[in-house]
Structure formats: C-alpha cells, structure tokens
Design a protein around this ligand. Structure first.
Ligand SMILES: NC(=O)c1ccc[n+]([C@@H]2O[C@H](COP(=O)([O-])OP(=O)(O)OC[C@H]3O[C@@H](n4cnc5c(N)ncnc54)[C@H](OP(=O)(O)O)[C@@H]3O)[C@@H](O)[C@H]2O)c1
Length: 188
C-alpha cells in the first residue's frame, strides 16, 4: 500500500489557475495515453480538498456541468473541509477535517492493501507529507505556463531530495514524471 499524489501541473508549478480553471489542461492530451488507466486500477481510497470536490460538483456532477457524468470513482473518497458540503447520491464520500493522520489510517484500512490516491490540492498533500505519509509523486507536466495559480506542492523537500524513478513523453503535451519520497534516515 502506497500513498501517492497523482496530478497534472503547468511547467511553472500550478495545478489550477487562481480561479480554479482547468481549461488549459484538457487541450494537452488524451488521458488514455497517460499512465492514469494503469494507476487507477491499483487505487483503493482517495482524498481531496474541498476546492477540488466543489470543482467536481460544478464541472462533472451538477446540473450546470457542460459534460455531465456520474461520480467517477467506485473507491471510497474522503473530502476534507471545515464546512458542511453536499454529498453525491450513490457515491461513497466521507467528509473529514483536521489532522490527516487518523484519516490516513482509516483510508489505509478501507483501501484493503491497494494504494491511496491524494488527488490534491497541494497543501492537503503537504499535510500528509508533514506526517511522513507521502510515498510517491506522479506528475504530468503540461506544456503551458500559467504565471500564477494553485500550487503543486507548497512544501520544501530538499534533503533528502526526491528520487526520480521514471520520465516519459506523452506526445508534445506532457512529460510524465514519477518520484519517490526518500524518508530521512532516523538519527541514533
Ligand atoms: N491539475 C490537476 O490534475 C488537478 C488535480 C486536483 C485538483 N486540481 C484543482 O486544483 C485546485 C486545488 O485547489 P486548492 O489548492 O484550493 O486545494 P484543495 O485541497 O482542493 O482545497 C483546499 C481546501 O480544503 C479544505 N481543507 C484542506 N485541508 C483541510 C483539513 N486538514 N481539514 C479541513 N479542511 C481542509 C479547506 O477548505 P474549507 O474552507 O472547506 O475548510 C481548504 O481551503 C482546484 O481547482 C482543483 O480543481 C487540479
């Protein structure tokens, strides 16, 4: 079981614009050409912050969605928020707040040996990293710059550095990178 941040970013490190648009992303390539279809097969539980969840409510689930579809995940999904948010009928959505540590333990149990997908945003993933709970980063670097926006991962990870495991071109729209988090060696 590994805890994995899987996302797409602009070249300058933003996963969405300041106003949470992803329009820049969808022109860049076909998700079926990426590692996503293989990645999602091994996911047993998901976590996301409220901005990401509300993006899905507006753009995927809600009546105003341009390309309206059912909730896309069969796996249990934890949504972090300090507010009371609407659920999606028929979807296994569990709301959480505060310390990510106990929530991670519940997610690991629900995942039944499969991986945990941290969908984002960046600070929520950072909270898991702060607890030593992040194992991998899979990032599709899109061939655009946004100038500003929602950060990929607002943390300093320098020593030990990330370990680059693989790098692959996906057409001309993405470079797909896989990093492992190297855990600091315990002091004796
Ligand atoms: N490029 C991609 O592939 C990709 C992937 C994922 C997301 N996105 C987009 O990136 C943007 C991410 O937005 P974001 O950076 O604002 O992040 P976010 O993690 O989606 O939302 C942040 C919010 O989550 C809640 N939250 C976070 N940690 C919490 C905790 N421990 N306890 C309680 N609540 C907590 C807080 O909201 P409350 O006010 O509700 O408490 C916080 O303001 C969205 O637009 C999303 O659609 C892009």
């Amino acid at each position: 079981m590994r805890t994995q941040y899987y996302t797409a970013t602009s070249l300058d490190g933003f996963i969405a614009t300041d106003d949470d648009s992803l329009e820049w992303l969808f022109q860049l390539g076909d998700i079926e050409e990426t590692s996503y279809p293989t990645f999602i097969k091994d996911v047993g539980a998901l976590a996301m912050g409220s901005t990401t969840y509300e993006w899905m409510l507006r753009n995927v689930i809600g009546p105003e969605a341009k390309d309206r579809r059912p909730w896309p995940y069969d796996q249990p999904t934890w949504v972090f928020s300090s507010r009371t948010l609407p659920a999606v009928p028929g979807a296994d959505i569990r709301f959480a707040r505060g310390d990510v540590g106990p929530v991670h333990a519940a997610m690991a149990e629900a995942a039944g040996g499969k991986n945990i997908w941290l969908v984002g945003g960046g600070d929520l993933v950072g909270q898991f990293h702060d607890h030593g709970l992040l194992d991998d980063i899979f990032v599709q670097i899109g061939s655009v710059t946004l100038g500003s926006g929602k950060p990929l991962l607002p943390r300093a990870i320098t020593t030990p550095p990330l370990k680059l495991v693989s790098a692959r071109m996906v057409g001309t729209g993405f470079a797909e990178l896989h990093y492992e988090i190297q855990k600091p060696v315990a002091q004796t």
